[in-house]
Design a protein around this ligand. Sequence first.
Ligand SMILES: [Zn+2]
Length: 457
Amino acid sequence: MKRSTKTEKAHKKAKKAEEQTHRSKNSRKTLRLSFLGQAPPGLVKNFHHRITEEEEEEEHTMTSSSISSLRLLHKRKHVEFIKYSSLDTETIEYALTEHLRLSGMYWGLTAHKLLVMNKNNQEEEEDKEEVKEEEEIMSKEDVMKFINECYDEKSSLFAGAPGHDGHLLYTLSAIQIFVLYECVQEQLSKERAKKICKAISKLQSKEDGSFAGDEWGEVDTRFSYCAFSALSLLAHGMGEECFLDDGLEALKIGGSDDEKKEDNQDKNRSKALGIMRKIVDVDKGCEFIMKCRNFDGGFGSTPGGESHAGQIFVCVGALQICNQLDLLYTADDDEEEENDKLAWWLAERQVKVGGLNGRPEKLPDVCYSWWVLSSLAALKKKHWIDLDKLKAFILRCQDDISGGISDRPDDEPDVYHTFFGIAGLSLMKHEGLEEIDPIYALPVRSVRKIGIESDWY
Ligand SMILES: [Zn+2]
């Protein structure tokens, strides 16, 4: 089960040599769409530029080091794409994705904030008027009206769309949007906030600490993350006063009272964790997550489930929110290899073209830029992958004509991959983008407003 140090070293060496061998070939591939930034605007949606022979030839002579400087992030086009996607209710995609409309709104609005929040961008400086117009893709009033229509009185959770059943996934999306708009207390009465907390506590299993997503009981580590992230954002956003009086004490379902562990942590974080402990069993919740860890260092959706980058993000994020990331490591200093196993698994997700996949032997996909990179950021090992190559891959997945980012170059862009592509670039501190918090998946500036310092990485 455990790889020896020798094998590990040989593996690293072989990987490096292999990368060098493929460098010239890859640089050509990575540059495929590098010249499309100049294409005339206003062409029909989904038109795909085909690269000319001269362009192919020119690309061939370039080295990979020049890739990211050549390729531009089409900020304005992406803003337009997001706006268009939110308005275009006639498409089949819109009809098919109704159940997750609220999450779609979170992806679009967060991507938009990351694109426009940072005002120190040269492009924006030159064209302030236009940016101002674009600042809102939907009025705050409409956004809040929609979210409140998604609230399901029966479950005390938010649903993916009005009239649907409440679910943890959408409850987190709703709270994330409130944080994004700095209006948690404005939109949530104390009463509703406490009802949501109570509903979340009911979804935790008293036996093993796992969380179900809704009353139907499907268990998944994704829901552990949703529960902890939602509670943490609520605890920070609503303030201590909301949780001081009545009922909540009675909700306690066990767990450690030992608050000493948090003594050295930031005051706000300790308070929030204290509140969370009154609502759910934080320790048991983290124990369940650790049961989903595999021999390769990764995590699955349930105990014994295959390691997957998305599940790793939720497990690492949940542990981080609960201040229990140290559960990932053994105390023995000689166990370095064992302790780094998870980071190695994540770093090995980078394929030759620079993109990241979610599991071994799979194709790269822009959304994994987020799942993998944010996990590596939480482990403070972002530098274990080639960030320039990853940036170049994401930039290649842009639709240079109509904006938006797709899963892979030349595919149809969508709001989901547009968000994760921009989030990935933001995590790599791409110029002109607002920084994103790798744990809460919200702009650093937004979480700071409710007292969360993004000092994770
Ligand atoms: Zn994807």
